[in-house]
Design a protein around this ligand. Structure first.
Ligand SMILES: [Ca+2]
Ligand SMILES: [Ca+2]
Ligand SMILES: [Ca+2]
Length: 154
């Protein structure tokens, strides 16, 4: 292999690694896999028009937060975060999604000030970033294609 080709390969690998790292910063691969499904899109699409608006996205995640916040103090500690197995939560998402959400790596991603508590504000702000990431056409709605689009390495 000549030098030029080696260099090109190294640059390419660098670019790929960078993209993976950026996506990983926002959420885990497992979370992306379980959230970005048509089943989950259907749950978020409250009015059933095959588009998820920012309002619907926000409304859904507010319900998830409230479902997790057992003592209703507007803050999620680690035990609340990992406790997605309740009956209330079971109606809010697929089993796979709830399992991946309960991962502490996801709590870490949402915990902006790293104090091991996720406030409602932190959670919704985090989900706002997820929305922007999914909304590639930046028209404030997520269509089915955007909803399930692979984010890693693209
Ligand atoms: Ca809709
Ligand atoms: Ca709480
Ligand atoms: Ca926090």
């Amino acid at each position: 292999m000549n030098m030029k080709l080696n260099l090109g390969l190294a640059v390419l690998l660098g670019v790929v690694t960078m993209h993976v790292a950026q996506a990983a910063e926002l959420f885990t691969g497992g979370y992306a896999r379980e959230f970005q499904t048509m089943g989950m899109m259907k749950i978020l699409d409250a009015d059933g028009n095959h588009m998820v608006t920012e309002a619907e996205f926000n409304q859904y995640h507010t319900a998830v937060f409230n479902g997790l916040d057992r003592n209703q103090d507007g803050r999620l500690d680690q035990s609340e975060w990992t406790g997605t197995q309740s009956e209330k939560m079971a109606t809010l998402g697929t089993g796979g999604y709830l399992r991946e959400l309960s991962n502490l790596a996801m709590m870490d991603a949402a915990d902006a000030n790293q104090d091991h508590v996720v406030t409602k504000e932190e959670f919704l702000k985090f989900q706002g970033k997820v929305f922007v990431k999914l909304d590639r056409k930046a028209d404030k709605q997520i269509d089915a294609q955007e909803f399930v689009a692979k984010l890693v390495g693209s």
